[in-house]
Design a protein around this ligand. Sequence first.
Ligand code: PHE
Length: 341
Amino acid sequence: MQELTKKLIAEAESFTANTLEQIEEFKIRFTSKKNGELTKLFNEFKNVPVDQKKEFGQQINKLKEIVNEKINTLKEALEDQNTETGKLDLSAPADSNTIGSRHPISIVRNQILDIFKRLGFVVSEGPEIEDDWHVFSALNFPDEHPARDMQDTFFLERNTDVLLRTHTSSIQIRVMENQKPPIRTINPGRVFRNEAISARAHCIFHQIEGLYIDENVSFADLKQTLLYFAQEFFGADAKIRLRPSYFPFTEPSAEVDVSCSLCGGKGCKVCKGTGWLEILGCGMVDPNVLEANGIDSKKYTGFAFGMGIERITMLKFGVNDLRLYFENDVRFLKQFKSVIQ
Ligand code: PHE
């Protein structure tokens, strides 16, 4: 009996299998309740002399453990092998490719640029780190203008004029430096202002500004250009209205409202009952700005406009908190998958 048990232990230890069927055969041979080797040995137990019972019992238990262990490890190995060698279930549904989405700011930026490109505006960009001249002085900002203050502008070094641009008008100065009129330029970019972050304000945001300089450019040209933009972007029914305003670099200046696309101008929560939403600032380029950049203000006139992309995106997609644009939360971002631009 002892001999047989030892033989079976050796057999179980050295057993290998390439198929599930071989493992199953092994399992039946050893563990079948009816006439498996283990059952047979347990049945023999009563016939073993008393002084050998202990050792015999230990041997049977050892065999049982080895057999169970063998079955488990061989099964696992076989499963691993199956996935490795490509013995896959080809009828299983495929993993779908996860498609990313553009950031809503990029979508709206591209849509706005496309509209102005159709009017002959050429896209130019410029540096985010600027100097006082390009951001303020060349744009006719008086020395004591509050925007130059540390409270609004991020200066990068103390007592120098190295700063982060507070608006993209600085790109327009760079275009005027390098190009003679006629000029038709559209300038997207990131801008920086020292503001506390909230749902309505952020220290980093995006603007698009435009500049058109030629002979006989009039306020009517400005108005028509902006109406075209509003109708292309917000829909054919969109209306605009201009309210007098002030910017150091334009004279006269105006702020532009577009009719609220949510309520069709009737008045709702978004437009605070007015039927209008403010979307941009604009005006005729101040002759001082033209002269500061070597353009004859007797011969040439021009218009300029600037808008915040975050604000336009809020109106387009109903986003109600500026911070969402910067958090990169996929639950927010994946909502823009269907918009291709
Ligand atoms: N630069 C202005 C701003 O940042 C916008 C503007 C541009 C206004 C051009 C008028 C003309 O608010």
